[in-house]
Design a protein around this ligand. Structure first.
Ligand code: 3HC
Length: 283
């Protein structure tokens, strides 16, 4: 696993829970410590909810090792990258993977918004590259989108689908287009909810209560805080640039909160978390 933030640590937990040996890599010791804490907190919750036993938790956490040296992945069978949504950073990581990983290694990116083809070509072996898009929280959500590009070899596609099945998740195969399947449907809904809130059409609590009462596990504003405002805005940006559909342009409030560093749960503040009261409803 390259990158042990919210998604990377969650995916590392899923891999270790399925019995895989996980080599976790991040930029520095502080990032590794944060990743380890995410795994410990999540597996602690799983233990409290009787999803795993104490022995299984110990075995799971011991299967994950932590490294700052990129070369640690040289012998990996599969490398999954889950660093922040920055195309140049991801491309530079795939260039290095092309140098250090074995030729037959499956290389995967967990991007939710960037063009996988652009990331794949940087590796010099785009036929071995796929997207594996996990959902947040990775240990809980069943779905994983497996994304193939025009350059992905059928063997790499099959290997990725088999891996996801082996992890006990449900894969769906899709092409490299903005939003894949789920975010193409979900992210415009989140943007719309942010607009209702921004415009003072209803309070945050009313919007979220409405959608929970309508049968969703959580409201859209709480979901924006969970997935991250930066991730939501990145997905919207790509969808807007590909479609030019104004409904996909991130609403001003989301963009402003990202500029202010209020990215949701990962920073402790977001759209709902510690939000100031918005104006009373206009209509
Ligand atoms: N490990 C294992 N299981 C866990 C767990 C953990 N760390 N945390 C929770 N669970 C299990 C619980 O045991 C429970 O299982 P059960 O139904 O079999 O009893 C289930 O998950 C739900 O837990 P709870 O009902 O106790 O409610 P929580 O408050 O813990 O649930 C939630 C939180 C799982 C986040 C739930 O609200 C949810 O599913 N929300 C929707 C999240 C969603 O839509 N995610 C997708 C976002 S889109 C995305 O990520 C893509 C990106 O690119 C934008």
């Amino acid at each position: 696993m390259i990158g042990l933030g919210t998604m990377g640590a969650g995916i590392a937990e899923v891999l270790a829970a399925a019995g895989r040996t996980v080599i976790g890599v991040d930029a520095d010791q502080a990032a590794l410590d944060r990743g380890r804490t995410i795994v410990e907190t999540s597996t602690g919750r799983a233990l409290e909810r009787d999803k795993i036993t104490a022995d299984q938790r110990t075995a799971l956490t011991e299967r994950i090792s932590y490294h700052t040296d990129f070369a640690a992945v040289a012998d990996a069978e599969v490398v999954i990258e889950a660093v922040s949504e920055n195309l140049e950073l991801k491309r530079s990581i795939f260039t290095r993977l092309g140098e250090v990983a074995r030729p037959e290694t499956l290389l995967a990116t967990n991007t939710s918004s960037l063009p996988i083809t652009d990331i794949a070509v940087a590796s010099g072996r785009a036929d071995r590259v796929v997207g594996v898009h996990f959902f947040n929280p990775a240990p809980v959500q069943r779905l994983v989108e497996v994304v193939k590009t025009v350059l992905t070899a059928p063997s790499a596609q099959t290997q990725a689908l088999e891996l996801v099945n082996d992890l006990g998740k449900t894969p769906i195969l899709c092409g490299d287009r903005a939003g894949f399947v789920v975010n193409a449907l979900l992210v415009p809904y989140l943007n719309r909810a942010a607009r209702l809130y921004q415009d003072g059409c209803a309070t945050a609590a009313q919007i979220d209560e409405a959608m929970v009462a309508a049968g969703n596990p959580m409201g859209p504003l709480a979901l924006i805080d969970l997935v991250g405002l930066d991730v939501t805005v990145s997905a919207l940006d790509r969808m807007y640039s590909e479609t030019r559909d104004r409904r996909h342009a991130p609403v001003a409030l989301l963009a402003a909160l990202v500029s202010a560093g209020r990215l949701g749960r990962k920073t402790g503040q977001g759209i709902l978390l510690q939000a100031e009261p918005r104006p009373a409803p206009l209509i």
